[in-house]
Design a protein around this ligand. Structure first.
Ligand code: FES
Ligand code: FES
Length: 79
């Protein structure tokens, strides 16, 4: 597996809506972080689909190295 690009060393807060799906960028190359914009093509990555169960603000991982994708688990502090 290729190593993802660190898009930023902090999470992205996003207001999600219950029942909607979001494609989290796993490769770090998207220009519309934290979500996939198709830039992963030919790069060995695919986005991770997240389905919101609640309407709330969540913190998508921006460093792409979280152990609990797609959410930030604090791993960015060690990068
Ligand atoms: Fe990164 Fe699609 S652009 S996974
Ligand atoms: Fe990736 Fe926090 S931003 S673990």
């Amino acid at each position: 597996m290729n190593t993802p690009i660190v898009a930023q060393k902090s999470p992205y807060p996003v207001s999600v809506e219950a029942g909607k799906t979001y494609a989290w960028c796993t490769c770090g190359g998207s220009k519309s972080q934290p979500l996939c914009d198709g830039s992963h093509k030919g790069f060995g990555f695919t986005p991770m689909i997240f389905k919101a169960t609640k309407t709330e603000t969540i913190y998508f991982c921006g460093c792409k190295h979280t152990k609990t994708p797609p959410l930030c688990d604090g791993t960015h502090k060690a990068l």
